[in-house]
Design a protein around this ligand. Sequence first.
Ligand code: GCU
Length: 686
Amino acid sequence: DVNSSYSCWLRYKRFKDTDLAQKYLKWCSNIAAFEDTSVIQSALSEVNIGINGMLGVKPIISGSIDKPSFIFIGTLEKLKAVDISIDVNDENDIGDEGFLIKSVKTGDKDYIIVTGKTDKGVLYGTFSLLRLISTNTELDGIKRLENPSNPLRIINHWDNIDGSVERGYAGKSIFYANNKITGNLKRIRDYGRLLASIGINGIAINNVNVHKMETRLIREDFLPYVARIANVFREYGIKTYLSINFAAPIEIGDLNTADPFDADVKIWWKKKAEEIYSYIPDFGGFLVKADSEFRPGPFTYNRNHADGANMLAEALVPYGGIVIWRCFVYNCLQDWRDRKTDRAKAAYDHFMPLDGMFLDNVILQIKNGPMDFQVREPVSPLFGGLKKTNTILELQVTQEYTGQQKHLCYLVPMWKEILDFDTYAIGKGSNVKKIVNGKPFNNKYGGIAAVGNVGDDMNWTGFQLAQSNLYGFGRLCWNPDLSKEEITDEWIKLTYSTDKAVVDTISKMLLNSWRIYENYTSPLGIGWMVNPNHHYGPNVDGYEYDKWGTYHRADCKGIGVDRTVKNGTGYTKQYHKENAEMYENLETCPEELLLFFHHVPYIYKLKSGETIIQHIYNTHFKGVEQAINLKEQWKSIKEMVDFDIYQHVIERLEGQIEHAKEWRDVINSYFYRKTGIKDELDRTIY
Ligand code: GCU
């Protein structure tokens, strides 16, 4: 049924097991709640939906703690007001967005506390409690004290006001249609619930490529409607951000310059900020793509990124707003013959010299890899490179290069590798997950953002299984130490069922899917073998002679981009010593990134004994077999999932198999023809 897909991981399916239901009912029938802030109201509304759904009772919500069993939902302040005390250490440990869930037994009472320092904390605690119940967790004796690891946990929408979504694979925008902002606030509220349930606290609602019409979102004709969206998200603890056009003073103002040093430009942005905050008092701030892929920026005026970002940041300071400035800056008009210019080096070259020059309400948003969300890339050396600047890691939940929500490609395992990557910035153990939260360098801000994967399709993400990527992203922002298995099991239990066969089967499918996708697409970290523009499907030379700086350098003898200091572009030296040496040296370079860093002959032997060419053949044949196997695994749980969902997934997996075959054949044929080297196993290559 449509509704079950629409609810995503907030399905709150009715417990079939009545003993289990009975166990939870003791507490869940009575809710003691006192606040009436809109965020607490959201928490209570969720409790109502959740308990009703799972246990079939409407909980009584009252201001009383007289019942022998109940759930207390409220801030620490209210907890004190009703004379419930908690350990002072716990109290001190709860941060601004943190929560405590605790079971308490006294002589005659047995209750559960869900509390936080702020109403947002209470909201997160409530979602967490509902998750514990949905996944059948024992509540007797429970104690969970959690604070989010990352202060900023943001989704970026690449939505345009005409309703299209750049790199969107799930229908049209949920925010806009026909150059208007949506009036469908119910859908926005449901989205707010989904996001808050995984701890997201910020959302940028328009594309980083801010075109003519979207430039007007910060004008008085659109701001009231932006405010309506912000009002809904606020109830879920989510701040609204807008992507802005750096040339807005020219395009929607009456200035003839956007020079950040120009006095009129500064005044223009200050007034603009004042106006925006008059509509949205807790507006998050600006997301900026400047001097990148033809977007305007400070370079036009011979100013640098810090000049541009700081000018905007100054305008937002009085209101506590922030500027999130993207580091996706490179030369997109390169000549393929030019082997000196290396796109991978660009972000670091642009931003490292500016470290320490940004105001403290500027945050640099850095894509996980130095190129652009390929199936596999090394981690950007800006992480751990920048030390005196706030940073945010940018991930891509929308599957631009990873199957466009037509293929199953669960990205949590990739993100875990990124977060666990050791930058060595301050010695061993300087993992990305520690760097980005800002603590090691005492930065004011830090966090993780991602380009979202949601559109107006009934199931939000096009491919229903792609909901797992959004879920996993949020959970990792909250706590990057969660294991991929834990997150995956949680999502499956919340979305499908707690049945072991279902959990085991889907978990295996999800956890292997990235590797499978990698197998039948681009080998050994090379990337970019896709059709230009839409980026779907194989095309080995699609970007090879183009201007975008995206080359594999395959000729009849060898393949790969030499990025070593010794013979290549010198990219490896952007890393701290340990990593620089590891990548520089062919023997120690991780093989899955071999062709990203080195140009090698096709007959170069990998550690397995396979040659590069044989590895390409083997992985591509294997990838297709694995894709076929995904479908078999899914079939094995046919009776255990809703029929509509079963059928929907089967259809996608069948499409994936056919497309995987195309990938296999195009890639294998290309390299067979280029090298003339036969497959050792003599399989069909066209
Ligand atoms: C990629 C993507 C673009 C996007 C850009 C960005 O190049 O294909 O659609 O605009 O990244 O992140 O700015």
